[in-house]
Design a protein around this ligand. Structure first.
Ligand SMILES: [Mn+2]
Length: 423
């Protein structure tokens, strides 16, 4: 489309651009695509990573000259002075700013069929595999529409290969028993059982004192190992969850793209997005750094979950988690998702965390349409910025407004009202 060419020219016309990007996988992959493209055209772009843009953050960003904003910014473009925004989030406010390239405004469904990384790859006509990694990060599968076109292009260019294998985490650089603890609950609770189980297959678990990983097994060992693991998974009814089609991208043919996406996501959330950017640009050294960051992120996540389990409150129509001061705003969303998803009952869960005096509120539900309820609250109070989809969404509000916010939320969730937001 002509519009992508127009934005290609726009970003190439900048002298010393600053790339401002969202800190998740899609934001990082978008940044990598634009960064790589600008480097190839002799520019030296700066990079700035943000957790999000809300009206409190606009002030610190608006005076940066020659901004290219990726995977955030649609709703603030008019206050961001000449910023070029490439995004796929649904615009909450009507705008006809010529510097906004938003999927929804050019007839592409940005929630399902393209990520910001996909938009960036169409602008630069490059990096189709990185675009797919962005879509995986935003959980846009099965691939539809533009994502499917990008995947086909990446396969044609031999940037992505598809094969069948374990879909689990930890095939690269994690001991076999650790990898199995991600698959089987009994092994998660008792790692010694996992070690015994692998011993029973006559597979050597250490080489020169170092634990071996799945990728280092020879074909015979792999066959034996898979036979046992797949049988166990079949007995437990989780075979399709752990085995099937996987995607791998150049030059990381020993790690699947789902896992790569988790690693990249962790780099951003731990304040090391540059490692993620170098990683998706294909620097092999960055992979080991990324894995170490991912391990640290997993530790943060388990201590946040521990805190959450001890502190959740079952209120009338929802589960409440106040993580202020204990759970980082980069983690509250995933913690809320995990706890809400683990409950066998239908539930709505609300988690809150704090950045300075701004609160991040995460809402998850399998009863009400979260996006619909958020839109309704936002339409009544434009100072509480929010957005979401059917099952997940959230708000950014000033801390002083918390009591008022809870009142509004409880009213929306009350017996009389919540029927209008059913999924
Ligand atoms: Mn995105």
């Amino acid at each position: 489309m002509e519009i992508f060419q127009k934005f290609k020219e726009k970003i190439l016309s900048l002298q010393n651009p600053t790339i401002i990007h969202h800190y998740d996988t899609d934001g990082i992959t978008s940044a990598a695509i634009i960064y790589k493209f600008l480097l190839e055209h002799g520019k030296q772009p700066e990079i700035k990573t943000v957790k999000g843009i809300n009206r409190f953050r606009v002030e610190e960003l608006k005076d940066i000259p020659e901004k290219i904003i990726l995977d955030v910014g649609t709703n603030h473009i008019d206050s961001l002075k000449d910023a070029i925004v490439i995004d796929h989030h649904y615009p909450l406010i009507p705008t006809s700013n010529p510097n906004l390239l938003n999927a929804h405004l050019i007839g592409i469904d940005g929630s399902k069929s393209i990520s910001s990384a996909g938009m960036a790859s169409l602008v630069t006509s490059s990096s189709y595999s990185i675009a797919i990694l962005g879509a995986i990060g935003d959980r846009q599968y099965p691939f539809l529409g533009k994502n499917l076109d990008l995947l086909e292009q990446a396969i044609k260019d031999r940037e992505i290969i598809i094969t069948k294998d374990l879909k689990t985490y930890g095939k690269y650089k994690r001991p076999l028993f650790v990898m199995l603890s991600y698959i089987f609950k009994d092994f998660a609770l008792d790692k010694k059982q996992a070690i015994k189980y692998i011993d029973s297959m006559n597979i050597k678990q250490k080489l020169n004192g170092i634990w071996r990983d799945y990728n280092s097994l020879n074909p015979d060992e792999k066959r034996v190992f898979l036979k046992h693991v797949l049988e166990k998974a079949h007995r437990l009814g989780i075979l399709n969850d752990i085995y099937g089609e996987i995607l791998m991208m150049k030059p990381f043919y020993n790690i699947d793209m789902n896992e790569l996406s988790s690693i990249v996501n962790a780099t951003g959330r731990k304040g090391k997005a540059m490692v993620g950017i170098k990683l998706v640009m294909g620097e092999k050294d960055a992979l080991d750094q990324g894995i170490n960051i991912w391990k640290g992120y997993q530790r943060d996540l388990s201590s946040a979950l521990e805190y959450a389990y001890e502190n959740i409150e079952y209120r009338n129509n929802y589960i409440w988690l106040d993580g202020r001061g204990y759970i980082d705003s980069s983690i509250i969303g995933v913690v809320t998702s995990i706890i809400s998803g683990q409950s066998s009952n239908k539930n709505t869960m609300v988690g809150v965390s704090k950045d300075d005096d701004i609160l991040k509120i995460s809402i998850r539900s399998n009863i009400i349409d979260v996006g619909k309820m958020i839109d309704s609250i936002y339409s009544e109070n434009r100072l509480w910025e929010g957005g979401g989809h059917t099952n997940a969404g959230g708000f950014t509000i000033p801390e002083d407004d918390l009591d008022k916010f809870i009142n509004v939320l409880e009213m929306k969730l009350s017996q009389n009202s919540f029927k209008s937001y059913l999924q």
